[in-house]
Design a protein. Structure first.
Length: 97
């Protein structure tokens, strides 16, 4: 198992440069939900997607019950993004490119 950013430097940097509270967040390539969990504790809503269904399933299972109503998960790649013309305040993309 690979552990990315065990010290939390990436999350601290995100918190320093942008305010997530009350925002609508698009997470590109959610993987196992590392950034999803971080965003969901702060944002009003998160749309998180990844092309790997097994990773999206892990992300959904890792989310605390009290945060689940804030997050919508989907399985697709970035080219297939179609979210009914909704707008987001911020996009996160960590380790996806």
């Amino acid at each position: 198992m690979q552990v990315r950013d065990p010290e939390g430097a990436e999350l601290a940097a995100i918190a320093r440069v942008c305010e997530l509270r009350g925002k609508r967040v698009l997470e590109v390539g959610c993987g196992d939900g590392r950034l999803t969990r971080f965003a969901a504790t702060r944002a009003a809503e998160v749309y998180a997607f990844d092309p790997k269904a097994e990773e999206v399933d892990k992300a959904a299972r890792s989310l605390a019950p009290e945060l689940r109503d804030r997050v919508r998960f989907a399985v697709h790649d970035a080219e297939a993004l179609d979210v009914e013309r909704r707008r987001f305040d911020l996009a996160l993309c960590g380790w996806s490119l």
